[in-house]
Design a protein around this ligand. Sequence first.
Ligand code: AMP
Ligand code: MG
Length: 476
Amino acid sequence: MKKNNIGWNFDNSYLNLPEMMASKLSPVPVKDPKIVLYNQRLAKELGLDFSSLSKEELASIFSGNVLPEGTTPWAEAYAGHQFGHFVMLGDGRAIVLGEHMTPDKKRFDIQLKGSGITPYSRSGDGRAALGPMLRECIISDAIHYLKIPTTRSLAVVSTGQNVMRETILPGAILTRVAASHIRVGTFEFVAAQKDINALQELIMYCIDRHYPELKGEKIPALQLFRAVMNKHADLIVNYMRVGFIHGVLNTDNVTISGESIDYGPCAFMDAYDPKTKFSSIDHKGRYAYGNQANIAQWNMARFAETLIPMVDVDIDKAIEILEKEIGVFAKIYAEKSLAMMRGKLGIEGEIEEDNLLIEELLTWMKNNKADYTNTFRAITNQDFGAIYQNKEFESWLKKFESRNPNRDKMRQYNPTIIPRNHKVEEALEATNTNNLQPLHELLKALESPYAENKEFSSYQDPALETKTPYQTFCGT
Ligand code: AMP
Ligand code: MG
């Protein structure tokens, strides 16, 4: 196979970490891999060129049947708090092919998800189903073009093998591209081993890889904590801005890089309601839309706990220092959130009443079941449908207009197109009969979410009301 001109440039720094952190192994070959999706634009951004390869050759690379030269694949060990409970986990169905260095010296993990059993598979089959992998492609693309840091999806192949879930489903492998796959759960894994040297190594590794500006700081653990906490405050603010509900913000799904990762039961909200949740297993709304900031703070507290021995030799003092740091989260988040909402309303100067103006609008939206995305777009474009023709809204609008909003700014904060749940379902359903057209059209529409594009106006309508609310499943 003509493999040399693809542009792979592997430099697997993760394998220099203590041995317990990864298991070297190859993906389990699959029977009949076929390429379903391939993101050529992303390949180009990574400095990769697969154009000399046939479809069959592409499929064998993205299924893991053929390994690129210069790499020793591995599965990563990690732990995590899932719905509040500590568990030992690890890549149970994923393998990092290697760290690819782009021509502009950026480092990305190239990971196969659904690549077969690993030492961390527990009772799982190590595989993934086609629908959920395509769903991850759709959502990660949407999040990326909404200008939110995220892992990306380079390709999906079907494996020619079935997986057993509630029903029999076609199997698939997703190629995921990430700044790294290091999670809060990775720190929890190392902390659980009570290996201080390994913890120190991991901290320095993360600083080197993700926060090089922190090199040489006096207490690296503390600086790293602050940096990660800030990134996650930003990430949640971005989720809130576009109405995104991740759905499973367990600590093993919280990256140290600050990228959004693991698109399982996630979905976008239509009508504004902070209690919105879609996941079939999130009975108490732990990961509901309006609870995401609280959960991020909770997750950061779990991260802080792992760092205690590296903050001060006096444990009590270390705890005191870290508690203070976590305590700042609410303030940092509130400031970022207010700035974001001012952005959505195009407000430039800051006055105290802005908080009230924002609150009043959100309350009105909730009481009137107004669509979150379309309401901000209506306000931006001064183009109001029937639902807005009422006294309460009109009086709010008067106050709002007196703030002389900057509508160009509003257009940068408020998307026109989000992956509406019914559109995602429609696209996925069509793939069951090998019709990829709706999927490709959806992906195209999601590429410019802030534009007013007549061609894509059908993607703006919320779903018709149904008797049963939309539900998402973990899809493992
Ligand atoms: P997730 O819900 O995707 O964040 O996964 C949580 C944990 O379960 C991770 O350790 C996964 O590797 C593992 N896992 C999920 N699905 C499977 C599967 N089909 N086989 C083995 N492990 C799995
Ligand atoms: Mg996960």
